[in-house]
Write a new protein. Structure first.
Length: 267
């Protein structure tokens, strides 16, 4: 079989129980989509694949500070195991590989400088990829799993106000849009690609948009990163844009939020 288009490729999806993995499984309906229980990337495994969409990862940014070996095992050694299959890999990486000192969007040629254990392991995972696409994306949200949108919907229904960080800027990216862009990307040359939603905001601005979109009466109290006091340092600015010709363009994050809320509300 020729690996010429996603339709004829034998596609393996790792981490299909995660929020991006679930979106990829919908977008690549013929794929062999395996959640962690069916494929633990840290253990030896085999699979017949012409393409791997590697969505499995240690994504607990704060938890990685307390267990760097655990994060490294999944994000670095796990990626090495996936690469060893020999098929081209789409590796999903993160805006957290940057230090956040810039005030204009990060492009593919910008120097990296991760500030957290998670960011360092995601960058080391990038370096494991031999053939394929390194997709740096940011602030993912979708209809499953733990993410900012679902957390805000829960808190907004329980409380009159929430305190939300207002000094980190990024581009909240809807997993449905990223999964669609992955179909475009696998027809493009390999290497690093920045693929994130259009527009930018702070977490507090994002929370306001979530409450407005969901019709929730909950006040957002903007606070600083320092006041919030999370264990892992995060970049103050991590908007991503691509400098590569033909890069997939994702809709604005507000459009992603609208689509996600529709999906969460159900038919
Ligand atoms: N979330 C974000 O804001 C964000 C931003 C930029 C980039 N990314 C990257 O995008 C990708 C997808 O992230 P996501 O938001 O979809 O994360 P997610 O919802 O946490 O999904 C990750 C999945 O990987 C699974 N997993 C963990 N360890 C595994 C192992 N050893 N073997 C196989 N599967 C394992 C998890 O299973 P369990 O739940 O059972 O542990 C989970 O289902 C990741 O590479 C992440 O680093 C995420």
């Amino acid at each position: 079989m020729m690996a010429q288009g996603f339709v004829v490729r034998r596609t393996l999806i790792t981490g299909s129980g995660g929020q991006l993995g679930a979106a990829l499984a919908e977008t690549f309906p013929g794929a062999d989509a395996r959640p962690r229980a069916a494929l633990d990337v840290t253990r030896p495994f085999s699979a017949d694949a012409d393409l791997v969409l590697h969505a499995a990862a240690w994504t607990n940014v704060d938890g990685a500070e307390a267990d760097p070996e655990g994060a490294e095992l999944v994000n670095v050694a796990g990626t090495r195991n996936v690469v060893a299959l020999g098929a081209p890999v789409v590796y999903y990486s993160s805006d957290y590989v940057f230090d956040g000192a810039k005030r204009s969007p990060y492009v593919e040629s910008d120097p990296t400088g991760p500030r957290s254990v998670y960011g360092r392991t995601k960058l080391a995972g990038e370096q494991e990829v031999r053939e394929g696409w390194i997709v740096r994306t940011s602030w993912l949200f979708g209809w499953t799993g733990t993410n900012f949108v679902r957390t805000m919907l829960r808190l907004g229904a329980e409380r009159d106000e929430v305190r939300v960080v207002d000094d980190q800027r990024g581009s909240p990216t809807y997993v449905g849009h990223l999964a669609g862009a992955t179909r475009e990307l696998v027809e493009l040359p390999g290497g690093i690609w920045h693929v994130a939603a259009g527009g930018e905001c702070t977490w507090a601005e994002f929370a306001e948009a979530i409450f407005e979109g969901a019709g929730l009466e909950c006040r957002v109290v903007p606070i600083s990163t320092e006041e919030y006091g999370a264990p892992a340092p995060r970049p103050a600015y991590s908007v991503l844009r691509s400098e590569r010709p033909g890069a997939p363009q994702l809709p604005h994050w507000r459009e992603g939020l609208r689509d996600c809320l529709v999906r969460l509300e159900g038919p």
